[in-house]
Design a binder for this molecule. Structure first.
Ligand SMILES: [Zn+2]
Length: 443
């Protein structure tokens, strides 16, 4: 047991505003595509004023999410976001640009259109008919897609009715930076949240020529045929473990390239709903790897989680993300979804215990969710004087990603469950939990 005093700063504090930020989601909708339009401008101005009055001082763009799908109308979208950013800045609100860097919707039939409507309406799913023909920066988007090693075909992910670009494809890499350059030229945003760096749907992805070459260069072994179960289905296989480790590195390298490319005054982060889960192995997602090039840690508290009923999962997640933030001296931002104004304070209390900056969002799983303007209308929830956490007695819990990844799935699940239970039993005894991950020091 150790006392956590103050964490020594080994990183220059460049984005102090994030540590004082109270975020709210700023939804762009189909209606906003009508801009230039007086009524739309009026709506934006009213919203900015309501947010500002309620103590919000930063907004995160939501909507137009699968941004590559907007290529046919990209200039229009950029002009819209530029005007929103101007209005926000006039009202004292910082702006975080937020989109998926790799996902594109693809529809095969009417059922897919309905699936997208039911599950992803809030993203404003604008998917063009001519997706097969689209190109950017001199290369075709269809050539950037992730490939499954199972059948050597592009992956179609049923979960979001999408395809996904491979972060190892050099044409994709160049195109994304050029895409970001177009954004930065037009929009004076303060931070970029570049999402969805992952391999879908499982560890058989990605088997494109670039991933195969990189795997060979690292191991001097060809990526095995899908019939070689000792590689693909045996977690104890050391080559498989290397493959898993490389996939974390490859998704993390996206942020390394982006951080180098972005102007220094624009902060960078991505999104992560989990940093311990057994499902992260297949996706190649590791916020622990990403944080080296993130200026803040962003934790999405999944919209179905309730702060009381699901407290074991919520507190274990917050403790893990808060630990990463402390250890890397970056602020933690946590998004929570609410439908009633009275639920806001419940979340704020939990977040304050973890020194997390709040990001308020409407409850996206409800069809006619109460919008942020309405949630904030009668209460200056974020304008109150805050009581920051002082010194806590802390206990250290070790969590090994490498160990989790070396286990069969059901045992990996058990390992994660054990972490969550241990973490909660310590919090119940009023300790702060400091989670130490592979290769990271606690302070
Ligand atoms: Zn690939």
């Amino acid at each position: 047991m150790t006392m956590i005093k103050s964490i020594e700063s080994n990183k220059k504090m460049e984005f102090d505003w994030i540590r004082k930020a109270n975020f709210a989601s700023w939804w762009v909708t189909w209606e906003d595509l009508e801009w230039p339009d007086y009524a739309v401008e009026k709506k934006w101005e009213n919203r900015a004023k309501i947010f500002s009055k309620a103590g919000i001082n930063a907004v995160v763009i939501f909507g137009f999410h699968f941004r590559w799908d907007y290529l046919p109308v990209l200039d229009r979208v950029l002009e819209i976001l530029a005007r929103i950013t101007e209005i926000c800045h006039v009202n004292g609100l910082r702006v975080v640009e937020h989109h998926s860097a790799t996902f594109v919707h693809r529809v095969r039939n009417v059922k897919d259109r309905w699936e997208i409507r039911i599950r992803n309406r809030h993203h404003v799913p604008f998917y063009p008919d001519n997706s097969q023909e689209l190109s950017f920066n001199g290369s075709k988007l269809v050539d950037w897609r992730q490939i499954s090693s199972k059948d050597n075909k592009p992956v179609y992910h049923e979960g979001w009715n999408n395809e996904c670009f491979c972060p190892n494809n050099p044409n994709y890499q160049k195109a994304y930076l050029a895409f970001i350059e177009r954004h930065v030229e037009k929009i004076k945003y303060d931070a970029l949240m570049s999402d969805d760096l992952q391999f879908l749907p499982d560890i058989y992805t990605c088997g494109c020529a670039h991933c195969r070459e990189k795997f060979y260069n690292a191991t001097k072994m060809e990526l095995p045929d899908p019939s070689e179960k000792d590689f693909w289905e045996n977690p104890a296989n050391t080559y498989r473990q290397q493959w898993i480790d490389l996939r974390y590195q490859w998704t993390a390298e996206h942020y390394q390239r982006l951080r180098k490319f972005l102007p220094e005054n624009i902060a960078l982060w991505g999104c992560a709903s989990n940093c311990t889960g057994a499902n992260l192995t297949g996706m190649g997602v590791s916020p622990q790897h990403y944080v080296r090039n993130w200026d803040a840690i962003s934790h999405e508290i999944y919209h179905s989680l309730d702060p009381v009923k699901d407290k074991v999962e919520v507190r274990a997640g917050l403790s893990a993300f808060a630990s990463i933030a402390r250890q890397h001296n970056v602020p933690l931002i946590a998004i929570f979804y609410v439908q009633r104004p009275e639920d806001i304070n419940l979340w704020i209390k939990l977040l304050e215990q973890n020194d997390a900056r709040p990001w308020l969002c409407k409850q996206v799983r409800i069809e006619d969710a109460v919008p942020e303007e309405e949630l904030l209308l009668n209460g200056a929830f974020f304008a109150k004087k805050r009581v920051f956490p002082g010194k806590y007695a802390a206990v250290t819990i070790r969590f090994s990603q490498k160990y989790r990844d070396s286990l069969p799935e059901h045992l990996a699940e058990k390992y994660v469950q054990r972490y969550m239970q241990e973490c909660n039993s310590m919090i119940d005894k009023n300790y702060m939990v400091d989670v130490v991950f592979d290769g990271y020091r606690s302070t």
